[in-house]
Design a protein around this ligand. Sequence first.
Ligand code: CO
Length: 333
Amino acid sequence: MTGVVDVHTHVVPNGWPDLATECGGDGWPWLKATSEREAIIMIRDVPFRTVDSSCWDPAVRHADMDADGVDVQVVSPTPVFFGYDRPAAQAVKLARIFNDLTLKLTADDPRLVPFCQVPLQDPAAACAEVDRCLAAGFRGVEIGNHVGDRDLDDAGIAEFLQHCASVGAPVFVHPWDMPEGPRLERWMARWLTGMPAETHLSALALILGGVLDRVPDTLRLAFAHGGGSFPFWLGRADNAWERRGDIVRGRSTRPPSAYTDRFYVDSVVFSEPALRLLVDTMGEDRVLMGTDYPYPLGERPAGAVIRNASFLTAAQRDKLLSGNAWRFLTGAP
Ligand code: CO
């Protein structure tokens, strides 16, 4: 398969039912329409984010893709709807509602490749939902980088990842629920510093928790936002693994840098030196074009940092814009 792929985009389906009625519980997000094309995601009475029809209207997305030279978007949930902090029974219903609405948006549209969400707090239910979704037409799954205090090396989450490997579902890991506090409430600090740190921690948990030693290399994993701080601080992690192995090695058998051929990172890092660092540390086969479309911290035009990077050869640029993503999506060699 060919064509430019954006592996990191989000949807917000509209027209979801009252979630307290459908799922039980309260304090659910709801969509407050402010015009025909705009709405505010509300959590209780507090505005969370203003969104527009690019979140739910395939025609708007197509126009933006055409303008930016993108053939295919991987369309993932918006993490505020994961529901991981809910009782599992509520999160199961929530996932079904949002997955079914997302599938309606992307149905019969070869340019929009849907990834589902799962109730990750309940591994058996998460496996069942990913199976249901794959049968219905989803092509992969987006998960948050943690569930409460459980990281990606939690036994239940590792069981889910094992299941994704066995059914061939690619997994996109996205940060969410960053630490809060007065120091992080200014300047979007939770997004600018919290998100990269969260992603860094989840990649380390996969490695040092021994998950990548136990799960077969058929598992296809990608981390959002260039893998967060992980690639930049890989040398620091290796040094700690060698020098303070008594604490750091955990269940891993090799230093962290030995595992970079086991997962992908996206390219939404905005600067050529940062992209070069990703290609140098992760390898030219491990970087995927991603943008975070349609959100304000995303890259527009999509893929600009790759297209403008002077250090890439034409063959490398093609891998980052297209070839690597198709391997991630299909498992083709
Ligand atoms: Co995102």
